[in-house]
Ligand binder design. Structure first.
Ligand code: KG4
Ligand code: ZN
Length: 354
């Protein structure tokens, strides 16, 4: 068992992420850092449907959450009675999937007589780069690019978020997934497009850079989607096949259009806010072409770019344990009622004094 002194030193938080198609569990200690994490991906479950089937996602989370918690505790050699608090994703996400993590997290906390806290999934993504060795310092601009969100946020501290711009239609990750589907690539499409793009010509197709000419910091990816669909249809031969080089060129040109659009908006956001640090987070921030372009841009701007290791860009338990720990440490906790939220504006989160 943990000694009394250890308990006073730091807070040991179990993080549970079940908002979509990944069961992520992690143990974060506010003094010692990340102790263990484990992930179970449901890609195999949903692949044949070309997207996430919510009911199947919930059923799989029920099967995997408790065994993964045991695995993480075992690998960190921690007894569950040593836990100080539990953080679970409370939204935004699929309600049935969120309910699994919320019910398990709350029940475990109730049994152990420790606090539990519902964490905002996008705040988890946003703070994930802080798990890395040289983390950014507040304030900074954050580009959140996931399967469900594309947002530019001015971040002054934890819970001090000012939305600068967001997508008016599809999220960046969603655009990757839809373009992949058009090219006959599996779900989730982002990594497959990125791989195919490596052998393609990014200048072959002149796809639109949506909403870059208008001022402002909002995004729109639906026009780009239509342009990709047209290119795909025009490239088909009589029997409907597309030559491998054409597919690679479409993937590369599409990726270049998304990257350039995101880059231009980030540059504009940095200029408007006067910030010198940019963080990128969410599944699409794992994209190498995006990281390279933004790295170059930040060197030119004499600023700095921050991102998480690839496995902490996509959904994971570590970001929930970390974000939860920051709030739990400040005394925040939930009551016993469980309220998963499908939608939850991040600006509604309370500020935590640093
Ligand atoms: O953050 P995330 O794991 O889940 C959500 O909160 O939505 O993001 C998943 C999204 C998917 O749309 C996936 O295609 C995209 O991130 N993604 C990528 C890459 N890896 C994941 N998009 C582009 N390039 C990648 N390497
Ligand atoms: Zn996510």
């Amino acid at each position: 068992m943990r000694k009394l002194k250890d308990l006073e030193d730091g807070m040991l938080v179990l993080g549970i992420e079940t908002s979509c198609d990944e069961t992520g569990i992690a143990l974060f200690d506010t003094e010692r850092g990340l102790l263990a994490d484990a992930l179970h991906s449901q890609i195999d479950v949903h692949e044949e449907y070309g997207g996430v089937v919510p009911e199947l996602a919930s059923r799989d989370h029920i099967r995997k959450t408790i065994p993964l918690i045991d695995e993480v505790l075992k690998s960190a050699q921690v007894d569950r009675r040593q836990l100080d608090a539990i953080a679970y994703t409370a939204g935004p996400g699929l309600v049935g999937a969120l309910m699994v993590g919320a019910a398990i997290g709350q029940s475990l906390a109730y049994a152990l007589k420790i606090p539990a806290l519902g964490v905002h999934h996008m705040e988890g993504h946003l703070l994930a780069p802080m798990l890395e060795e040289s983390p950014p310092n507040f304030p900074f601009v954050a580009l959140l690019v996931s399967g469900g969100h594309t947002q530019l946020v001015d971040v002054l501290g934890i819970g001090q978020y000012q939305l600068l711009g967001e997508s008016l239609d599809d999220a960046a990750g969603e655009a990757f997934d839809k373009a992949a589907k058009m090219l006959g690539l599996p779900y989730p499409g982002g990594p497959h497009i990125a791989k195919l793009a490596e052998s393609g010509d990014p200048q072959r197709f002149d796809f639109p850079r949506p909403m870059v000419r208008q001022g402002g910091l909002n995004f729109s990816f639906s026009g780009l989607k239509t342009a990709v669909l047209n290119a795909v249809n025009e490239s088909r031969d009589e029997v409907g096949n597309i030559a491998p080089q054409d597919r690679a060129d479409i993937a590369a040109s599409f990726q270049a259009a998304v990257v350039e659009t995101l880059m231009l908006k980030c540059r504009r956001a940095l200029k408007e806010t006067g910030r010198k640090q940019l963080i990128i987070a969410g599944g699409v921030s794992a994209n190498k072409a995006l990281r390279m372009s933004l790295d170059d841009m930040m060197v030119k701007l004499k600023g700095e770019l921050f991102y998480a290791r690839p496995e902490f860009c996509t959904d994971n338990g570590a970001m929930i344990a970390f974000a939860g720990a920051q709030r739990l440490k400040a005394g925040q906790k939930d009551g016993l009622s469980i309220m998963p939220k499908a939608r939850w504006p991040m600006e509604q989160l309370p500020a935590i004094k640093g």
